[in-house]
Design a binder for this molecule. Structure first.
Ligand code: SF4
Length: 485
């Protein structure tokens, strides 16, 4: 599967997708299909753990795409059982770009009351402190992943059941976490009190499913029941069905607003609304806020497409596929030689010259991170004979790093951290550049009155610099928070 965006290294990247199922025959096959649907959330590696009453726990963890690893009979036959969980990852906070197989989740621990496996999406913001304390008290870590802290905290807990231990462990953890876990007989799902990362519950025949996104329920024919609430823990067994409780101190939710803009698949549903529709609404809002006289609205494929359609519908300027993406462009092809790699953008995208020549073009993209690819695309469009190029961006300027499970460059590498909007326009050498406002984005995701500055309804830290959870580890490493206004 090609990366979700052709300019993978100039985009923020979601670090994980998680999936679990209980009460079905051959859980591993369902987990593999679910992970395949979540592949856009992490393409570096994936893993599956299952349990069978006779064969016990079994697992497989591999680098690469799900479809290349979890389709062969020789692997899937080793994963029998009616309950299983899985994880796809980009790279955790532990070992960016230098992953060892021991960093690949799910993680497994053997406790006095039996084994348990966990898969985590998010980022623990006090992991360094926890890890130091745990190591001092005798824990032996196997990986560099922050998520492994949860297993060690569970091992130290005096809770009488695994869900009790998990609850106690997660109370010590700060940051963003959606977790899917399993014991021999139970599937467990938890979201952190702010509900930063998504997690949904589905029904599949007599069984149950937990998934990062609804698109993974569709692929296996499961029915979407509801989102797991922020701060909720569900413990699911074949015998008792779904038991829900709220073990954490209640907080007002702060779901990641960037899931709406870019991370989630457009065919998923978030907060009761289709992601596609929300992105189209973002495009409409952008057209209202930043109109420009032009001949064509073109998306930067594929992630800019719904916003470009919305911009076109609102403005009445025709929508056109001015840039065509090569669907079969995988990473492997660009690796063999430096010369080919330098062709970069042109290998992945081609301008539809006949359409572009002599036109004033509005290019709609989801975000600008470093800005390197925006510049290349602009050059391609001008080379093809465009008269003017106007960039419209479906998110506010990304000026701050994310510490909640999304890979972001260091702050200095973010174009918007060092330049004003006008400086960015000059740097990109485009005729005009506009980003949707933060209020406009909030309106597009369904908050009619925009952002509540006293109590923002979402996490928007990468735009606003207002972090809903103090990034303790990063502060320790010298990260400077935005000064209070
Ligand atoms: S900082 Fe940005 S990407 Fe990270 S959770 Fe918040 S909104 Fe999402």
């Amino acid at each position: 599967m090609p990366p979700a965006h052709p300019f993978d290294d100039d985009k923020l990247r979601e670090e994980c997708g998680i999936f679990g199922v209980i009460g079905v025959n051959d859980a591993a096959n369902f987990v593999a299909l679910g992970l395949h649907a979540l592949q856009h959330r992490g393409q570096e590696a994936g893993g599956i753990v299952v349990h069978h009453p006779e064969h016990g726990f079994n697992s497989a963890r591999r680098f690469g795409y799900v479809r290349d690893n979890f389709t062969s009979a020789s692997v899937m036959e080793t994963l029998p059982g009616p309950i299983g969980i899985g994880h796809v990852r980009y790279s955790t906070a532990g070992n960016k770009g230098n992953t060892a197989i021991r960093d690949v989740q799910p993680f497994f621990g053997e406790f006095s009351m039996g084994g348990a496996a966990i898969a985590h999406n998010g980022n623990i913001t006090n992991a360094n402190t926890l890890r130091r304390e745990l190591i001092e008290r005798g824990s032996i870590f196997q990986s560099s992943s922050d998520s492994e802290c949860i297993i060690h905290l569970m091992a130290r807990s005096m809770g009488r059941s695994i869900p009790d231990r998990m609850e106690e462990a997660l109370r010590k953890v700060e940051g963003a976490f959606s977790v899917v876990a399993m014991t021999r007989t139970k599937l467990v799902g938890v979201r952190d009190p702010l509900g930063v990362r998504p997690l949904v519950l589905g029904k599949l025949g007599d069984g149950w499913v937990l998934s990062s996104e609804t698109c993974a329920l569709d692929i296996i024919g499961a029915e979407f029941l509801r989102e797991i609430e922020p701060g909720e823990m569900v413990v699911i067994s074949e015998q008792d069905g779904v038991q829900s409780h709220f073990p954490f101190r209640p907080r007002k939710s702060r779901f990641c607003i960037f899931e709406h803009v870019y991370f989630s698949r457009p065919d998923s549903v978030l907060g009761g609304r289709s992601v596609y529709e929300t992105r189209e609404a973002i495009g409409r809002e952008l057209a209202k806020e930043a109109p420009v006289d032009a001949d064509l609205v073109c998306p930067v494929p594929d992630s800019g497409t719904p916003a470009a359609i919305g911009y076109s519908l609102q403005s009445g300027i025709p929508y056109a596929m001015g840039i065509i993406r090569n669907q079969y462009m995988g990473r492997t092809f660009i690796e063999p030689s430096e010369q080919i790699r330098n062709m970069g953008v042109r290998l992945k995208l081609n301008v539809n010259r006949a359409l572009i020549r002599g036109k004033r073009v509005i290019l709609v993209d989801d975000s600008v991170v470093r800005g390197t690819t925006s510049r290349k695309i602009k050059e391609m469009i001008l080379d093809a004979g465009a008269k003017e190029v106007h960039f419209r961006i479906a998110s506010p300027p990304t000026a701050w790093p994310c510490f909640y499970g999304v890979d972001t460059p260091q702050r200095e590498k973010l174009l918007a951290a060092t330049m004003s909007e006008e400086e960015m326009r000059e740097h990109l050498q485009v005729d005009s550049l506009s980003f949707i406002s933060l209020d406009g984005l909030y309106r597009a995701v369904g908050e009619a009155n925009g952002r509540d500055p006293k109590q923002p309804q979402y996490c928007d830290a990468c735009f606003s610099g207002e972090y809903p959870v103090r990034p303790a580890d990063m502060l320790e490493q010298g990260f400077q928070m935005k000064a209070a206004e």
